[in-house]
Design a protein around this ligand. Structure first.
Ligand code: 3H9
Length: 704
């Protein structure tokens, strides 16, 4: 046979059909070896006696895209576009046979083929935007030629996956194979195409009819995306490419796409988002815990506490079909808790994201009790009561008495010492922290807090539970506030200090929102409730509370009944109808009065100063968390911040941002703040000093 095989491709002839097999586990990513293998196979197959070719993948999926880990390498020849051109110009028809997911460069490869068939379970998409990129191998040029401009904008700027059947409606897939024998179905489809003398269809030859789209669609989309994907470059560049597809020749459009793809690939946003892609996957891996670690079956869950947190947590389990029992101290509190859950589900129904039937299905899985005995058979119990160590210890002592052996006893504490909680039981190996973020039914992050005696089995089970309920888990060790809140309290302190030292609430929030935070820190306080921190401080000693200048304004607002959005005013006033925030001179006057009371000299701040004052403490505390072994790796901290604190994904989290700035620059800025303020907390963490001196980065250190 004239056709060559490579380590990741092979060629098989069945009758008059040549089959190009792709086998590059785990997801058939288009590594250089795979691209070269496909190129060689397509070229060689031109000379054999076959009449048509099928491109099909072994393993769990069709090609899931370019190999993201190779993006930092120098480009190689032949280019990917050259390979796709070779496929498209093949003298015999090539049919892509799709199962699993055809994503990014994978779908682009399929779009260069003459026909595409797929099993009904397959999904396709161009998710490059989620990596800060655009489809760089003709996707922005070929997709709109098939789907039309409007659908292509939606598909490519969202990056969402669509089902094969919906892809048929968009002309991305030509034929659905019934049953699950992809090869057999594809062979029959190709025979049919040959019998029908089907033409060698080339997507590049399709012209987009200018009358098929509104010329204003491009500018309108750019405007919409500047709000929906604030600060992100890729969605804007995608519109540029689709506009080129609709207004220029295929080759000119392809050249535009190539240029803009390279700009994005070499920019910091995509580097940060690619970092996040791998960081999220790494965070699932617990050092020292093999895949073989036993896991316990979690078939029923109990929640202690039916407040906002407890209710939200319960919904996560009901949503995936796991029955939940919610315990409250009395019937009134229980009914109130169940009522909140009902209301939350009703809101989801109203938004059209859940049917009434699905809502009833979820509610039927949630029952209530006031009797601890009813928790005797739960596989997992999550305590979500008031943030008070003594109360939590009492709950765990009770759980220890009633729960069956092997039940996992978890605390949703945000701050408390999980070791001290575990010590209230005779089974500390079964005790773990599961720190959900509010609103718990929506926020993706789950901090999994390993106490000194938590068993490997309980950790492995908790990681699996997180995945089952659609959370992004990150392992943390025990310390006050764990990874996220420990760092956040530094950010909160500096916010308050900048405020009292002279920056306005509006300036602080604007600077951080321009940086890309979902919301500025003072707007966040107003949303969450300023009284939360106030109540936490009530339980702390003067030493634990720290510098009074960093909370005196917040405390004064709470004393005035300004608790934030829920009371209509906090650091801002809120329009009762639109909830729009309105600057409040009363707050400025209060801040000035507090500054005078504490002898703080007020001055103007530059935007850069505010950014440094708020972001550098996150980085410095993150470094301490790393050096203490509280977080396993810097990427884990980044995952916590992007998924739990609205940190802009295109900066990749605070530690990736620090690596991007360069640790030498970070070290110098921290040292200057330390020198000028004389405050211990500005002293650069030892790890930053060491890495800055050796020219290293958090990422490199984490990998070593
Ligand atoms: C692109 O195509 C650009 C082109 O337009 C232009 C080029 C010129 N590369 O997620 P999982 C690894 S951009 C390298 O846990 P699942 C992943 O790190 C690309 N590695 O599995 C993990 O490794 P490990 C556009 C990749 O079943 C393992 O595979 N495509 C890639 O939950 C399993 O992954 C995308 O953005 C990759 N492309 O989900 C698709 N993909 O085991 C990105 C995965 O060592 N991929 N890995 O931790 C995905 O969305 C999901 O991986 C997928 C499977 C849905 C495919």
């Amino acid at each position: 046979m004239s056709v060559t095989s490579s380590s990741v491709t092979s060629y098989e002839v069945r009758g008059d059909i040549g089959i190009i097999w792709i086998n590059n586990p785990p997801v058939n990513a288009l590594s250089q070896a795979l691209r070269d293998g496909i190129y060689a196979a397509v070229n060689a197959a031109q000379d054999d006696a076959t009449k048509a070719l099928i491109m099909i993948c072994q393993g769990r999926t069709f090609i899931a895209g370019a190999d993201i880990s190779e993006f930092d390498k120098a480009p190689t020849e032949p280019s990917f576009n050259k390979i796709l051109e070779t496929i498209e110009q093949s003298a015999k028809p090539i049919v892509a046979a799709i199962h699993g997911t055809a994503l990014g460069g994978g779908l682009e490869t399929a779009l260069a083929c003459h026909y595409r068939c797929a099993v009904g379970t397959a999904m396709v998409g161009l998710p490059e935007v989620k990596l800060g990129l655009l489809p760089g191998a003709g996707g922005t040029q070929r997709a709109p030629r098939l789907t039309g401009v409007e659908a292509a904008i939606k598909l490519i700027t969202s990056g969402n996956l669509i089902k094969a059947k919906d892809a048929v409606g968009l002309n991305l897939i030509d034929h659905i194979i019934e049953g699950d024998d992809l090869l057999e179905g594809a062979m029959a489809y190709v025979q049919q195409l040959l019998a029908d003398n089907a033409p060698l269809r080339k997507v590049r030859d399709i012209n987009i009819d200018p009358a098929s789209f509104d010329p204003a669609i491009f500018d309108n989309s750019r405007k919409q995306l500047s709000r929906r994907a604030r600060g992100q470059l890729a969605p804007q560049r995608i519109i540029d490419c689709i506009e080129a597809a609709a207004t220029l020749s295929f080759d000119e459009g392809l050249a535009t796409e190539g240029r803009l793809f390279m700009d994005l690939k070499d920019g910091s946003q995509s580097a940060a988002m690619r970092h996040m892609f791998f960081a999220q996957r790494e965070a699932n891996k617990i050092k020292g815990l093999g895949k073989e670690t036993a896991k316990r079956a979690i078939k029923s869950v109990a929640i202690i506490g039916g407040g906002t947190m407890g209710g939200g947590i319960a919904m996560n389990f009901a949503n995936v079909g796991i029955p939940v029992t919610m315990l409250e101290i009395n019937d009134e509190a229980l009914q109130r808790g169940l009522g909140i859950i009902d209301k939350n589900y009703s809101m989801t129904v109203k938004k059209g994201k859940l049917s009434e039937e699905q809502k009833q299905g979820c509610l039927s899985l949630i029952s209530g009790t006031t009797d601890y005995q009813d928790l005797a058979n739960a596989d997992l119990v999550i305590e979500a009561v008031f943030e008070n160590l003594e109360i939590k210890q009492q709950v765990f002592a009770k759980l220890d008495k009633v729960c069956k052996p092997g039940a996992i006893l978890a605390s949703n504490t945000s701050y408390q010492d999980v070791n001290a909680i575990a010590a209230a039981t005779k089974r500390p190996e079964d005790v773990i922290g599961l720190h959900f973020f509010s609103p718990a039914n929506i926020m993706k992050l789950l901090e999994i807090v390993r106490a000194d005696n938590t068993s490997d089995e309980v950790i492995a089970t908790s990681m699996a539970v997180a995945k089952a309920i659609g959370k992004v888990p990150v392992l943390s060790g025990v310390c006050f506030g764990f990874i996220g809140n420990r760092m956040f309290s530094e950010y909160g302190r500096e916010t308050q200090l900048c405020l009292i030292e002279g920056a306005s609430a509006e300036q602080i929030d604007r600077v951080m929102e321009e940086y890309g935070m979902a919301m500025g820190p003072l707007a966040v306080s107003d949303l969450a409730g300023i009284d939360i921190g106030y109540k936490v401080r009530e339980g702390l000693s003067a030493e634990e509370k720290g510098d009074p200048r960093s909370f005196c304004v917040a405390d004064a607002l709470v004393d005035l009944g300004r608790l934030g959005q829920k009371s209509g005013a906090g650091f801002y006033q809120y329009d009762p109808q639109t909830r729009a925030r309105i600057s409040d001179p009363e707050v400025s006057a209060l801040v000035e009065a507090k500054a005078a009371e504490y002898g703080v000299e007020r001055r103007d701040f530059t935007d850069e100063e505010i950014r440094d004052r708020l972001l550098l403490p996150l980085i410095n505390e993150g470094a301490k968390i790393l050096q203490e072994g509280i977080a396993q790796r810097s990427g884990d901290i980044d995952v916590v911040y992007v998924y739990g604190y609205g940190f802009p994904v295109y900066h990749g989290g605070p530690m990736q941002y620090a690596d991007h700035l360069g640790l030498d620059a970070v070290y110098k800025k921290l040292s200057a703040l330390h020198r000028e303020s004389g405050k211990d907390y500005w002293q650069p963490a030892d790890l930053i000093k060491t890495l800055a001196e050796s020219g290293s980065s958090f990422a490199k250190w984490s990998q070593s």
